[in-house]
Design a protein around this ligand. Structure first.
Ligand code: PRP
Length: 216
């Protein structure tokens, strides 16, 4: 069976993904019109899409429930799944940063106090970052609205993604260090990549072509 199964993220990455898909001659329209369905079949191209929660995409790919997936680098770094990255898809670009309240007057992470509390949705990334800096902090996991942490005295700093910088600014926070550059990536199950190379490579080539035409 030479159907390819692709896990795509519901939510904010889906719009730009559809645009890229259309640029690559794939059916973005199919995803657009049926986006309430969780499994969408493109019979003509023998592609099946699974619409997953963004954080679950690497899991579907790692376990082979999907051959390929589209996911933010933030999720990839946090989940550490056994998958391979094939392409930087050049959308969903943002930065993962350490930020602190402006009023603290701190400009570097090594100025944070020993055992400072750091709120984040990305505890693995945050722990890894601070340990690479040789700094001891206490990482506190939150589900969202991370910027609240310092405002209510829960944490001295945050690790979070920022795109326009608007949320940090609106909450009197200042980025003091970059942790990682984030964008959407095409990932693959390493075994499926070998077994289905003849099916996967043309798709990768079509997406690469669309990215080049876009000037990425
Ligand atoms: C993300 C992120 C920031 C915000 C950054 O939050 O966690 O809060 O977007 O974007 P900006 O720099 O353009 O302002 P999201 O909207 O995903 O919600 P969350 O806080 O519940 O995670």
């Amino acid at each position: 069976m030479d159907e390819l199964i692709i896990a795509v993220p519901k939510g904010r990455l889906l719009g730009p993904l559809m645009d890229l898909w259309e640029g690559a001659g794939l059916s973005g329209e199919l995803l657009r019109t049926q986006s309430r369905r969780l499994v969408i079949v493109d019979g003509e191209r023998k592609l099946k899409y699974i619409l997953a929660k963004p954080g679950d995409v690497p899991t579907y790919v790692e376990y082979g429930a999907a051959d390929l997936g589209v996911v933010g680098k933030d999720v990839l770094l946090e989940e550490g799944a056994d998958v391979s990255e094939l392409l930087d898809l050049d959308f969903g670009r943002c930065q993962m940063v350490v930020a602190v309240p402006k009023e603290r007057g701190i400009t570097r992470v090594d100025q944070l106090d020993y055992n400072s509390r750091v709120a984040t949705k990305y505890p693995n990334i945050a722990r890894d970052y601070f340990s690479r800096q040789g700094l001891q902090v206490e990482v506190i996991k939150l589900g969202g609205s991370i910027e609240l942490g310092p405002m209510v005295g829960l944490a001295e700093a945050i690790v979070d993604i920022t795109e326009t910088g608007g949320t940090l600014l609106a909450n009197d926070l200042e980025p003091i260090a970059q942790v990682a550059a984030i964008s959407a990536r095409l990932i693959v199950n390493p075994i499926r990549y070998r077994v289905k190379l003849a099916r996967i490579q043309p798709l990768v080539d079509a997406l690469s072509g669309a990215l080049e035409r876009k000037g990425a």
